[in-house]
Design a protein around this ligand. Sequence first.
Ligand SMILES: [Cu+2]
Length: 215
Amino acid sequence: MNDKQFMTVFLGVMGVLSITFFVIFFIAQIIVPDKRANDEFTNNNVVSRIEPVGKLNYSGSTDFAENLEVSSVSSVRELRCDSNSNNTTHVVKMLNEGSQGPMVFEPAFIKINTCDSITFEMTDAGHNAVTVASPNDSIPFDTEYKPSTTVQFDTNGIYLYKCTPHAMMAMAGLIQVSDASNKAQMKKEIEKFESGVMMEPVKTRISDLFRQNIK
Ligand SMILES: [Cu+2]
């Protein structure tokens, strides 16, 4: 075989390889989009089931009357409270600066009776109140950065809740509804929460609150 023959064979082989490559590439283009549609993360049926959590909204006004909202829980289950009975509504404020330091709920600990309500008031904008841990069979709450949200508590026990954007600054609070039946479990939950607190001076703010108030 001389150089000329060799080049002819070589170019022929290269040509066949190139055509084969493009055919495979072309087929892949047709197959891959189908595979992608079956991927669980891009499947719309799956995506639509994932609830958006903690939408950030710093445009909260302090016009409470217009935005007052009572948390609706009927889609989860009916509250076990008699709507006619005289239950008290307490107020917890969300503050940039309180008597206990920056980024606090005030009061951070509150003891209420079964079926009482708490109105979370976003006194300073950019805060929410979201359940971290609560008694078994209780309904978690999320004020969704609304200026004022009233939540009724029908399940006894201790609740730990936080402000999502300021949790690392220990912006959290405790609610005791009548009894402290879940005290042991809550102790662990507070420990877990405080492991995520980044500001050293307030690292034990919630466990201190727990120790001082919950018997
Ligand atoms: Cu906050």
